[in-house]
Design a protein around this ligand. Sequence first.
Ligand code: PEP
Ligand code: MG
Length: 922
Amino acid sequence: MSPKYIYFFGNGSAEGSADMKHLLGGKGANLAEMTNLGIPVPPGFTITTEVCDAYYKKNQQYPEGLAEEIERNLSQLEKLMGAKLGDAENPLLVSVRSGAAASMPGMMDTVLNLGLNPDAIKGLMKKTGNERFAWDAYRRFITMFGDVVMGVERHHFEEILDKYKKKTRVKSDTELTAEQLKNIVEEFKVIYKKKTRESFPHDPKVQLQKAINAVFASWNNPRAIKYRQLYDIKGLLGTAVNVQAMVFGNMGNDSATGVCFTRNPSTGENKFYGEFLINAQGEDVVAGIRTPEPIADLEKEMPDAYSQLVKYKNILENHFKDVQDIEFTIQESRLFMLQTRTGKRTARAAVKLAVDMAREGLIDKKTAISRIDPGQLDQLLHPTFDPKAKREIVAVGLPASPGAATGRVVFCAEDAERLAEKNEKVILVRKETSPEDIGGMHASQGILTTRGGMTSHAAVVARGMGKCCVAGCGSLNVDYKNQNFKVNGRVIKKGEYISLDGSSGEVMLGQVSTIEPKLSGDFATLMEWADEYRKLKIRTNADTPEDARKARELGAEGIGLCRTEHMFFGENRIDSVRQMILSAPDVKNLKAKISFLEKELAKAANDKADVLKKELMLVKKELKEPLVSYSSALKNLLPMQRRDFEQIFKAMDGLPVTIRLLDPPLHEFLPQEEYNQKEIAKKMKLSLKEIQEKVSALHELNPMLGHRGCRLGVTYPEIYDMQVQAIIEAACNMKKKGITVYPEIMLPIISTEQEFSVLKDNVHKIAKDVMQKKNMQIEYMVGTMIELPRAALIADKIAKHAEFFSFGTNDLTQMTFGFSRDDVGSFVPEYLEKGILEKDPFQVLDQEGTGQLVEIGIHKGRSIRSNLKVGICGEHGGNPQTISFCHKIGMNYVSCSPFRVPIARLAAAQASLQQPVSRATV
Ligand code: PEP
Ligand code: MG
């Protein structure tokens, strides 16, 4: 039996269903489902995504038998409708629409009113008795067909239309008469021929075939490709093509077309939401060309159609158990549903919808948790405008997508992308946006449009992206030519700062200050639900008490990484740090010299001994100065570090705090500019030359592989001693004040068992001294970071000494790939573009390679210490995909930056719902 390429729907039954999205695309599958539910859907048929796949694989040739299948389905449709394509008595008109399994709003092509030709127009006039409508449909068809199928730019047609409107002094298309539209159609055909060098096709079957080709071709148009990249849409066969009988919202004042959502997709409020236009076709609503009316007004205008619409939207939401984004058309008071799909929503709405629906009993808690994309929560963790800040409001538009955005005004997508690349914050200001603007919208902080409503392209795309958007701000007069906009007598030029409040629709001058977000209401509820299901603990990477407090507020259950070096950069500390670093090598060399001379002296004969003694004295004298400098620098740093640790312990009262001893190569702290070098020379009473010599002596060719991490602890033990002393003293001081402390001292860049065991012994020695002096006992642990492949491979040996492991996957990725983490910008983007890498391995853990090392490390570590506590503290700890992997391989916790804590809580819950038992649970 030959494969089935087409699925028919109509007359209350369909061959497809909602679970066939992969094959029929979202639109086709749901049209079939709606038909089966008894909802009025114009009949039609769906050509499968497999045909699209075959079309691309076979050099744009269709599979055998497809033409006959199209013919058969078309006859079935004609029979059902009692109308024929191109018929002079009763013509059938169809729409040809794209629709892939993943929704890509506006990115692919659509042709409406297909089937019109000189015969069919007569038939359409007879059938409808509406001459004006028929010519209007024809001119729209030529425009769409010319643009979508033949690449004749729309503006050629729009210019002719504008010419007629000017000539007849009318403002709106709807005011043009039948006669004028007829003339317009003739002019459209002329321009079509001029641009394509062929006549506009009259044969409806030729029209249909060409339109089907164009829709399949649009799967790979640049904006669709970009959209798939942006949203990481992969693994689809292509688009399906839906050929469906046309219904008309532009047949007069008893006709309308609209877009609606079963609940508010911006706020999540359970209120019917949407808009419509009387006497218009669907494209007018989505393109934002005319500003539509709110859906509630439809009740007054067409009460019967409205009550039917409410009935069907309720059926659909109950059936799909999620917010539906619906397109409908009312033709001469009769309602038709043209599309339903899961509504794209802002993060705020997503959270409210999930919590509300679970409370209503429509879904369960687990579904509520699983339904939210953890990455999307990022939007809720961004600052909002400070209510106390002064706002100079110049205009108010529609609050199309929430958020607080500030940036420089730009008027085109290219400028937005160009400036964003230079790290400039921009606001894209357009009359309306179109699918071509997608890259620029993505690059902007916010989008401001003068036309269009809550369901215009700008609004829908911005909500999907989580971008702030103010739409339909009609009081703005945008002048693309002069690159400015005028509002209330003011002129705002390109490059000037404005701020947008996507929740109120306010447009403000200048940069309005913002405040930190809070975790409360539905967001907090959802987090509590997530906590019921997750197995992973969530810690944070925090180096300051403020970060620690913030992270705890957001749900952190401890600190997984406190990078002590960040504390060294404070204004009053860096001098002491520099003093310590600059004197350290001298101390080390001179000490080595002394120990050598002492050994020589012990075995020397009398005459040589005198010389050695003299030399020893001189070296000891020489040591005095740097030693004083070194010791005093360490002494200065000790109380500062202790204070930091005390505050962090306090913020994390009762929770574990992992503190990593100094990690980066020392030269990172040194002044590289001559002017700074002069300053430090003066402070240390050395010459500029001496400082420069020391700086250059510390220079390394490959610092990431050089004198860093525990290697510093081995060669400059006093630095680690000072840090351990500060940690344990801080712990004692806080414990005395009733704070419960769990310090975990962590050694970085360990590659051998001996490194760890030597340094660990030293940590215990210092800790013991401090505790003895303070006459107190502190429960603390000493563990290691696993950042080097060698450490992962000998993890069983390290685990003999280490009480915990924390995978430093930033370095582990760097060392596994051999990609410098500071230089990947020069080639990783191209690797991603060419598909050599699927994901940036510094953002999403490479499970195949680096992940294998992590698994080996855990397995070997726990083979020696079965209850070994294991976590991750590289940047990957906040990445949902990596979190799922960490759950699967049995880690105890992930640690991420404070603002990713809620994301990690949700991702951990989702991982555990997907995989209740992890592989190596301890
Ligand atoms: C790591 O390497 O993953 C890590 C957390 O340490 P850092 O980023 O400070 O090198
Ligand atoms: Mg590291």
